[in-house]
Design a protein around this ligand. Structure first.
Ligand code: ATP
Ligand code: MG
Ligand code: MG
Length: 351
């Protein structure tokens, strides 16, 4: 097919649309916002709610294949699209498993991917009990809709648990044991329609206040750790029947143990260095996969460092990066503090 539909209108959709355009596809965006970043580089924009079935039907009729750039698209919307004969890649399974932190961790454990300890929390007394069971420190997270560290409260014994639960609006939650990681890495992997897989080199990721600041490749870890990380990502892509790119976030403990944090069924911020450093970048790779093309080679030709530009950092981007780094801005109009506005990639050497 030659028209790719994308559910979601953010910067990931924008970069997917640009990569798709370069491969000769037309891109249609389906997103409820008025003039979101992706819609301004696409051929068409359906501005409608994700549960608007007549708009979804029209959209599906206009697209050869549909993908998503945002993991909180309602599963029912994808189910509806599939029920009317649309091809949606990745499928609803990847979405469903990643939308709910509790189901996500249970699924990861069930397919042999270890996580830190966690417990379901639906009341303050659950929270009290869970904090006792999991040890003295933990992170309370909403099960759904969190990103960039939103909907999370760090807790230790002695804290006011009722206030913490109120802080996340008393919604269904999960308490995760605090993982004393040495570093964080992620594996961005693509799985093609034929089941073939290609993983980028893992990057080392630094967060501040729950928001990704920097991703560095190579990650500096041993071949053994890297091989185990890839094997975990491959298992995840295979077990979800994923078609497209996904990212698995991992904690690395001092003894080399890898614990999964979460996964995203889409292109990922920690893979934003790949277009500048690898023969095929993550956006092109995702388009190739969902279009049913062979995957491109993920050979990394440069060492790279990606820095996010948050809020007003993107208003004077020339001050935020070396002039030989590659700048990407997302075209967002409102530079709220902490909002991801763009990123720069420095090529720090030959691989
Ligand atoms: P995003 O989807 O933008 O990556 P998020 O809101 O889903 O973020 P998480 O990935 O759960 O948030 O957490 C953000 C960061 O907080 C992690 O990358 C890690 O640095 C830290 N963190 C989260 N959970 C834990 C944990 N259980 N133990 C230690 N650190 C944690
Ligand atoms: Mg997340
Ligand atoms: Mg995360």
């Amino acid at each position: 097919g030659s028209v790719i539909g994308i559910l979601g209108g953010g910067q990931l959709g924008r970069m997917l649309a640009s990569a798709a355009a370069r491969l000769g596809f037309d891109v249609h965006i389906f997103a409820p916002e008025d003039s979101p970043p992706a819609a301004r580089v696409a051929a068409m924009h359906w501005q409608a709610a994700y549960d608007d079935e007549s708009a979804l039907r029209e959209f599906a009729d206009a697209c050869d294949v549909i993908t998503y750039e945002f993991e909180n698209i309602p599963v029912q919307s994808v189910d509806f699209l599939v029920s009317i004969g649309a091809v949606v890649r990745p499928g609803a399974a990847s979405l469903e498993k990643s939308q709910d932190r509790l189901a996500e961790k249970q699924f990861l454990n069930a397919i042999g991917i270890e996580t830190g300890a966690f417990a379901e929390v639906s009341s303050v007394s659950d929270l009290e009990q869970a904090l006792k069971t999991l040890g003295r420190a933990g992170i309370l997270k909403t099960r759904r809709d969190g990103y960039d560290g939103k909907g999370q409260v760090r807790l230790k014994s002695g804290d006011d648990l009722a206030a913490a639960y109120a802080d996340i609006d008393e919604v269904p939650a999960i308490l995760e044991a605090y993982v004393p990681f040495e570093r964080e890495i992620s594996v961005v992997i693509a799985r093609g329609a034929d089941g073939s897989m290609a993983a980028f080199d893992p990057s080392m990721n630094d967060h501040a206040g729950g928001i990704l600041r920097t991703s560095i490749a190579p990650c500096g870890l041993s071949d053994d750790i890297i091989a185990r990380a890839r094997t975990m990502a491959e298992a995840l892509a295979r077990e979800t029947g994923h078609i497209g790119v996904l990212a698995l976030e991992l904690f690395v403990l001092e003894d080399g143990t890898l614990l999964a944090n979460e996964f995203a069924p889409r292109v990922h911020n920690s893979g934003h260095w790949t277009p500048e450093a690898c023969l095929t970048g993550q956006f092109e790779q995702h388009i190739r996969a969902v279009a049913g093309w062979p995957l491109g080679p993920v050979t990394r030709v440069f060492d790279a460092e990606m820095h996010n530009l948050l809020g007003e950092e993107a208003l004077a981007p020339a001050d935020s990066y070396d002039k030989d780094a590659v700048l990407t801005l997302y075209g967002k109009r409102d530079a709220k503090p902490g909002r991801k506005m763009g990123h720069v990639v420095a090529r720090t050497g030959r691989a």
